[in-house]
Design a protein around this ligand. Structure first.
Ligand code: SF4
Length: 725
């Protein structure tokens, strides 16, 4: 038996861990307190051995023999050479006939899967191939914090300018529950609270750290933008803002069409004075004022947002409104604020230089939403489906997909299935078969993260973490013929004639190139499995030397880019596209607001087959206020039908007195069986389904980003009289 320090890559937390291994088998993972993200591990990380050894793992490349739509795909095992040659031949032929843009690449989210080990190389492959189209959930997961915020700050705030939790006086988590989504942030926040930092949580649920917050704001799903504008109104009205920062480093005092920008902002925010905002958001007026006071008096403020703010039809303006609010604090890149920690110097590997501007301009969705994800080469789920089914703006003919379960992850699952079936060719790499993989022509078996070597440069949450480079050694023998995503990318690149851009297919040579500027060698990393830390120092307030990376060099509260594209140039608020105020005609039949939240026990649509996890969360749940349930004759644990204007699915009722009575919270991602516990799966389609995305639509979506309104819709609950378990 041996122990080695490693890290868990199953989610964005990338927790440092100590692994116990014996004879090529991973026996256990436990925290590694000396590692900068190693204070704790969640249940999913602790279940790593079960994931590795699960009997349902894909072990050989498979080829479909039956036509799409057949009840049984007729999977036939094939060798790797045949699989990779088939993929390369098909992609080359399609590129020759229709251009490389007809081939879409895709992956699971690096925030909620181990694709973070290799995502930059997948993107490099896409660019070297010549395609501008990457389907990677950006419009559902990372748009706001990574990309929409660029239009305000010139760089991703808070996606890359991360909260300096060690030094913050006030921490603001908006639509973010780090206890589930990034455990390393949760442990750092708990430590910050112990030394006296204040915490504000905005969330429709009293989840995670909300119970320890000075202010928990129970916002109606999808009205966060109105809340942000209201808090901004109070701060501007009371003089609770950094006037010097606003004057020198934002465009608040520019004059546009004869009016000072700050006056435009004040007028817009005044529409959401606390009493008015309370009526919209459900957050009491006095709590809005108290939150504004706390943000001002407990500075420095560090904040983070997550997918609670994504998946809304107003996602972009909401993020702009929160970015504006944050600018009032003057805390950007200040100690205890949101800081760009100094990164380890490396050579970039994502191949930005490999894709021509002409190909980049062909990104699907760019014509409809010129400032949206397509500008950054991301294609939304709906845009992929439309290109595959309706050939708009041109036909998407092939998909090369690393692990993304599109059918379960995006709204309108049936349309997703049909779109995948309409492709000429679909290659999918994964650990397990899924409703998405079932539509593929070739399925490739992938090693679990714990069986493959991976290089991690920087762990993000602090300067210490950001300074750490770690080479994760394989902790278990690979199962069957599975190969890592990285091995697949490099082998495919060589077969596509792109070997020159992929170091002749030599992964070690690629890593050496990547690491060269850091001075760190692979030999050093192999000698130190716990990682090597460079003595990097944070330099604060870099904007004093070089300005902000916006076109004007200032924080753009007024966005000239938005004005030019016909969007409201200062942050504004629009009701969710399917809500009680925007669609009053629906409320008689669907009186409840439906949102959704992740489970502690599963990463998105994964892990229901893992017995130790499923035992804690055996069935899909819908959380509902006890009074709302009682009015419908529903008791805790009853099976209920959750109906939306698009259909219905089933779930077990869980009573939650902390919810607003008109809000219910569902869960997405239920399909897998867990034979070990005798738990059947749930069909992704049809009456018996528990797939929330089957009855949620991709639109009407956010006009800037195409974000789908999955987290704010309308629904009704009804008791199912017979137990369907
Ligand atoms: S939070 Fe859990 S799943 Fe995520 S990296 Fe840490 S241990 Fe792994």
């Amino acid at each position: 038996m041996a122990e080695t320090v490693t890290f868990c890559p199953l989610c964005v937390s990338r927790c440092g861990a100590t692994a116990t291994v014996e004879d090529g088998r991973l026996l256990a993972l436990r925290p590694a307190p000396g590692h900068p993200t190693g204070q704790a591990l969640c249940v999913k990380g602790k279940a790593a051995p079960e994931i590795v050894n699960h009997p349902d793992r894909l072990l050989r490349p498979l080829r479909r023999t039956a036509p799409k739509g057949a009840p049984d795909p007729g999977w036939e095992p094939i060798g790797w050479d045949e699989a990779l040659d088939t993929i390369a031949t098909k992609l080359t032929a399609i590129a020759e006939e229709s251009g490389p843009e007809a081939v879409v690449f895709g992956s699971a989210s690096p925030s909620t899967s181990a694709i973070s080990d290799s995502i930059d190389w997948v993107v490099r492959l896409k660019r070297a191939f010549g395609s501008p189209n990457f389907c990677g959930y950006m419009e559902l997961c990372g748009w706001g914090r990574y990309m929409a915020s660029i239009y305000t700050y010139g760089e991703p705030v808070p996606g890359v300018y991360l909260p300096d939790l060690d030094n913050a006086g006030c921490i603001l988590f908006w639509g973010y529950n780090p206890s589930i989504s990034r455990l390393a942030h949760a442990t750092a926040t708990t430590a910050a609270l112990r030394r006296g930092a204040k915490l504000i949580v905005v969330d429709p649920r009293r989840a995670g750290l909300a119970s320890k917050a000075q202010q928990w704001l129970r916002v109606r799903p999808g009205t966060d933008g109105a809340l942000a504008l209201s808090v901004t109104h109070v701060m501007l009205d009371r003089g609770w803002y950094d006037a010097e920062f606003l004057r020198d480093w934002t465009n608040a005092f520019d004059v546009v069409d004869g009016r000072v920008v700050l006056d435009l902002i004040k007028a817009e925010c005044a529409r959401f004075a606390p009493q008015a905002a309370a009526g919209i958001t459900g957050v009491p007026a006095e709590q809005i004022v108290a939150t504004a006071r706390l943000l001002w008096e407990a500075r420095p403020v560090a904040f983070y947002t997550w997918s609670g703010l994504e998946q809304h039809s107003n996602a972009t303006q909401t993020v702009r409104a929160i970015g504006q609010l944050y600018a009032l604090t003057g805390c950007i890149d200040a100690p205890g604020g949101n800081v760009l920690f100094t990164p380890v110097p490396t050579n970039p590997i994502d191949g930005a230089e490999l894709l021509s501007p002409q190909q980049r301009a062909k990104a699907i969705g760019l014509q409809d939403r010129p400032l949206g994800p397509a500008r950054f080469e991301f294609i939304t789920g709906e845009d992929l489906y439309r290109a595959a089914l309706d050939h708009v703006p041109y036909r998407a003919r092939a998909l090369v997909n690393f692990g993304a379960n599109l059918v379960m992850g995006h709204g309108n699952s049936a349309r997703g299935r049909d779109a995948l079936a309409a492709l000429d060719f679909f290659a999918h790499a994964d650990l397990f078969m899924s409703p998405t993989a079932e539509q593929a022509d070739i399925v490739l078996p992938v090693t679990s993260a714990f069986e493959s070597e991976a290089l991690r440069v920087g762990f993000e949450i602090s300067q210490d973490a950001q300074s750490t480079v770690q080479l994760r050694t394989p902790l278990a023998h690979g199962r069957g013929q599975a190969r890592s995503d990285l091995q697949i990318v490099f082998a495919l690149a060589v077969r596509l004639g792109l070997g020159d851009q992929f170091f002749g297919g030599d992964i070690e040579a690629a890593w050496r190139h990547q690491l060269a500027p850091s001075g760190i060698t692979l030999e050093q990393l192999r000698e130190h499995p716990e990682g090597v830390r460079l003595p990097l120092q944070t330099k604060h307030r870099k904007y004093l030397d070089r300005g902000f990376r916006t076109p004007t060099g200032k924080v753009e509260l007024y966005s000239p880019a938005f004005a030019a594209a016909g969007y409201p140039p200062i942050p504004t608020y629009a009701e969710p596209s399917i809500g009680p105020l925007s669609r009053p005609g629906l409320t008689a039949e669907f009186p409840l607001v439906l949102t959704c939240a992740k489970s502690l026990f599963f990463c998105e649509s994964q892990h229901r087959q893992v017995a130790s996890l499923r035992a804690s969360a055996p069935e899909p749940q819908v959380e509902v206020h006890p009074e709302t349930a009682a009015a419908r004759g529903i008791a805790a644990g009853d099976w209920v039908r959750l109906s939306t204007p698009s259909g219905s699915v089933r779930a077990r009722a869980k009573l939650n007195a902390n919810l607003a009575p008109n809000v219910v919270v569902g869960q997405h991602g239920w399909w897998q069986a867990c034979p070990e516990l005798g738990k059947d799966g749930y069909p992704p389609f049809g009456d018996d389904s528990a797939n929330l995305n089957l009855v949620l639509d991709q639109g009407p979506s956010d006009p800037v980003s195409g974000s789908s309104p999955l987290r704010a819709s309308l629904c009704e609950l009804g008791l199912v009289l017979t137990d369907t378990s």
